[in-house]
Ligand binder design. Structure first.
Ligand SMILES: [Zn+2]
Length: 89
């Protein structure tokens, strides 16, 4: 589980996500499937809120070790967009 605290923590992952440009599929609010279009590898990313803190979990090796990976960065970007859309309705 990766705690999402500051954007700086995700900075490297965000940079990598911009380079790799993985495809993010929304399963439901908070659950995403991230696909690396080059390798075809898919990972599941969950975003959740607990005690006012935001967490993310990714099924890849780095994510399982609690490291911020680009899958999380990509999914969090989609999650934030989705949350903003929901809030505007
Ligand atoms: Zn990952």
């Amino acid at each position: 589980m990766i705690q999402l605290t500051t954007a700086a923590k995700l900075e490297n992952a965000i940079t990598k996500a911009r380079t790799v440009k993985p495809r993010v599929r929304v399963n439901c609010f908070g659950s995403y499937t991230v696909t690396n279009k080059t390798t075809g590898a898919t990972y599941s990313v969950e975003c959740l809120k607990q005690d006012g803190k935001r967490f993310a979990h990714c099924s890849c090796k780095a994510g399982q070790r609690g490291q911020a990976c680009y899958h999380v960065a990509a999914a969090v970007a989609a999650h934030i967009q989705l949350a903003a859309e929901r809030a505007s309705h």
